[in-house]
Design a protein around this ligand. Structure first.
Ligand SMILES: NC(=O)c1ccc[n+]([C@@H]2O[C@H](COP(=O)([O-])OP(=O)(O)OC[C@H]3O[C@@H](n4cnc5c(N)ncnc54)[C@H](OP(=O)(O)O)[C@@H]3O)[C@@H](O)[C@H]2O)c1
Length: 337
């Protein structure tokens, strides 16, 4: 099968595959690729499920998107999905903290993706890692800069039960080793906590956290800092890392670092009518200090980061529209005062 087909205007359209196409980040990556004129093959474990129906509504989907059934643990299914593709965006991964499910799928699944990609003649892979693979190091001082050179401390993550971070570390290392061994070009996007409007109908884990804070169902917040980025920036980062000649290695995809109290203050300012979580789990110790970080590598590729306020605002409006949050009018707050 040809890697390229001719579009009407004579432009060459590349065929690429996105694993986990129906998920939060995967859907935005598919959208970005379609808008840029790629022919896209998306994988899902159950492509016919209504959870993936939104993909067919994307601009250009009718002409340029096909969905295939693939499971990361089933190399034969990946083979069919990658056949004829120039590039693979390996986005799929369980987003949970259950070590039984996580480790094999994240690590062996990534090994399967890399070896099938190489066998099928794929040239370039973009792997979706997580800042969970980079920032969890208790010995990094707040004065150190979080950047692409940073790795989480595996033993610390395992000791503290952060299996998601362990899995993402191991998966990213596997992608890197296999790319070197098999001669595949690899770029790695390392997104931080990702917010923003959802294309899919079901709520994903990172936006669910925002919803729980907004509704106050999370009774207290930790004395901790985290880094945030908008999902549209994450999708653009994937495509820039794919398209930029010579782009290789890690790209930390971080827009801002905030203490949780600052994040919740932002939510309260935007949506004062909601009972936003206001209590800290740890009032006794000094407030954790935000650390410095560098997103220069992505800026150098041309990425501009969306302000978190805009991202949070659109996340909440989207969750209201999709029925994940009750709509509370500002007047209701005044009436209750
Ligand atoms: N959201 C964040 O804050 C964040 C931050 C950093 C990194 N990431 C990374 O970004 C990627 C996407 O996360 P997300 O937030 O978009 O989560 P999501 O909406 O839950 O998407 C996860 C995707 O992984 C797929 N998947 C899970 N197990 C699979 C398996 N055995 N075989 C094939 N596909 C499988 C799911 O596909 P099905 O449709 O088949 O269920 C789903 O499409 C993950 O690699 C995650 O680690 C996310």
């Amino acid at each position: 099968m040809a890697l390229f087909s001719k579009a009407n205007d004579g432009k060459l359209e590349q065929l690429v595959c996105v694993t986990g196409a129906g998920g939060f980040i995967g859907s935005w990556v598919v959208r970005e690729l379609l808008l840029r004129g790629y022919r896209v093959r998306g994988t899902a474990r159950d492509p016919g499920d209504s959870r993936n129906a939104h993909l067919h509504e994307l601009e250009g989907a009718k002409e340029k998107l096909s969905l295939l059934r693939a499971d990361l643990m089933d190399p034969e299914s990946l083979r069919a999905a990658f056949r004829g593709c120039h590039g693979v965006f390996h986005v799929a991964s369980p987003v949970s903290n259950d070590p039984q499910d996580l480790m094999p799928v994240a690590v062996d699944g990534t090994r399967n993706v890399m070896s099938v990609a190489a066998a099928e003649g794929v040239r370039r892979v973009v792997f979706t890692s997580s800042y969970g693979a980079a920032h969890m190091d208790p010995n990094r001082s707040p004065d150190d800069i979080l950047d692409e050179a940073c790795w989480s401390d595996y033993d610390f993550c395992a000791r503290t039960g952060n299996w998601y971070c362990c899995a993402k570390m191991m998966a990213e290392m596997t992608a890197k080793e296999e790319a070197t061994r098999l001669g595949l070009e690899l770029a790695v996007v390392v997104p931080c906590v990702t917010t923003g409007p959802m294309l899919q109908k079901d709520i994903n884990a990172s936006n669910n956290q925002i919803g729980r804070y907004l509704m106050g169902t999370k009774r207290a917040y930790p004395n901790a800092v985290a880094s945030y980025v908008d999902v549209r920036d994450v999708a653009r980062a994937h495509v820039l890392a794919y398209e930029t000649p010579g782009a290789a290695g890690r790209y930390l995809c971080a827009g801002v670092v905030l203490h949780r109290a600052q994040l919740l203050g932002m939510l309260k300012d935007l949506f004062p009518q909601y009972p936003v979580t206001a209590k800290c789990e740890d009032d006794c110790n000094p407030r954790a200090r935000p650390y410095k970080f560098s997103n220069q590598r992505l800026k150098d590729l041309g990425l501009e980061f969306t302000p978190l306020e805009k991202s949070l605002y659109e996340t909440v409006i989207c969750m209201q529209k999709k029925g994940h949050l009750p709509v509370i009018a500002k007047q209701q707050l005044r009436a209750n005062l």
